[in-house]
Design a protein. Structure first.
Length: 371
């Protein structure tokens, strides 16, 4: 049994919903990554992916977003109850929209176009909210509370904004550059405005010829969050590079910042075994969550970012990362989430946590990308 079998048998339930782990909740963000990965990896699971995406359509709220979590059981009318603290996150809508757009692109269809347009409206609402508070076209991160009520969290996360830009770009690739949100707003305009403000996250000297610095975690900077995290560098570098080369970019070329951010992460966040830490442990500020554990998902995002931005320059680094990721995979498709500095494998803060869907999903994406 390999990755596909594990995804089918443990990570997608018989009622066609993706779960956080084999006994976990439905998390649209992680489910979107898993379904995207399955589409890119091959075609043998495409019917299952479509059936699962159809269930995600049922869960979409009227504003185009999804709750962060749902119980993996159906009510009498076929709906799913929200689980845990109620909130709707920009990246959840972005990742489900990516999976739906990629399915339609793969089959030259428009089955999910309306759902994607609604998701784009949710992302646009996040942009409008952030702009109304800070005057920037980044995305407010989330809304707390049961729909339709709620309280905004106004600050923007760089990683979420990157995933949202990637989502907008993939939607434009699939449905054309005249694509509108369900409220009639140009997705291309929204994406260009988001892209133009990405340097609000930049921590270095924007005018310098060379300056290895990271993209900050949040805008405006928030003291409760680490100032630089590894997967943010991989995600933002990838999103900027792909947007610059998409043909949709109408503004500044921010490509030079991509390698500077990746260089910073390679220098200060690389672990001893071949993966990446959550945050710099030396030379980049105080350690936060994760200590010196090397984390699979973060390493996958770094490897994907380096592969897309400059596979030649980073070839040796990527090879080491890939070897490490392979060492964390089991023959049955499960993927360990972390490795301690002493070499011990684990799945989080304790050894009794589950093998997470997101780790298997990123392994599928890495394999599918040719990394």
């Amino acid at each position: 049994m390999g990755y596909l079998d594990y995804a089918k048998q443990a990570l997608i339930l018989p009622i066609n919903v993706p779960v956080h782990d084999p006994s976990g909740a439905i998390v649209p963000y992680e489910g979107g990554i898993l379904l995207w990965a399955l589409l890119e990896y091959g075609s043998t699971t495409d019917a299952l992916v479509k059936a699962t995406l159809d269930e995600m359509v049922i869960m979409q709220l009227a504003d185009g977003g999804w709750y962060q979590q749902y119980y993996p059981t159906r009510e009498a009318d076929g709906s799913y109850d929200q689980a845990g603290d109620p909130f709707r996150v920009d990246s959840g809508a972005a990742l489900i929209a990516i999976a739906m757009s990629r399915y339609d692109a793969k089959y030259s269809s428009s089955i999910y176009k309306t759902t994607v347009q609604k998701a784009m409206s949710f992302l646009r609402a996040c942009q409008v909210r952030h702009n109304s508070v800070y005057g920037k076209n980044l995305l407010a991160n989330l809304i707390y509370g049961v729909y339709p009520d709620g309280t905004w969290s106004d600050f923007a996360f760089a990683a979420d904004c990157a995933e949202s830009l990637m989502s907008m770009k993939i939607a434009l690739d699939t449905y054309g550059d005249e694509l509108l949100t369900s409220e009639g707003y140009s997705v291309k305009t929204m994406a260009n405005d988001l892209y133009e403000d990405f340097l609000e996250f930049w921590s270095g000297d924007a005018s310098a010829a060379e300056d290895d610095s990271p993209f900050l975690t949040a805008y405006p900077p928030q003291s409760e969050f680490p100032s630089a995290i590894s997967f943010t560098q991989g995600l933002v570098a990838r999103a900027i590079y792909e947007w610059v080369h998409s043909g949709y970019n109408t503004g500044t070329d921010y490509e030079p910042y991509c390698k500077r951010a990746l260089n910073y992460a390679v220098a200060l966040m690389a672990g001893k075994n071949g993966g990446y830490w959550y945050h710099p442990s030396d030379g980049g500020g105080t350690q936060y969550f994760g200590g010196t554990e090397e984390i699979f998902a973060y390493t996958a995002l770094m490897a994907l970012g380096m592969h897309i931005v400059d596979s030649t320059t980073y070839a040796d680094v990527i090879a080491r990362n890939k070897s490490w990721m392979d060492s964390l995979t089991e023959d049955d498709g499960r993927v360990w989430n972390e490795q301690r500095a002493n070499g011990a494998l684990k799945n989080g803060a304790s050894f009794d946590m589950k093998f997470l869907a997101i780790s298997t999903a990123y392994m599928l994406l890495v394999k599918a990308s040719g990394v």
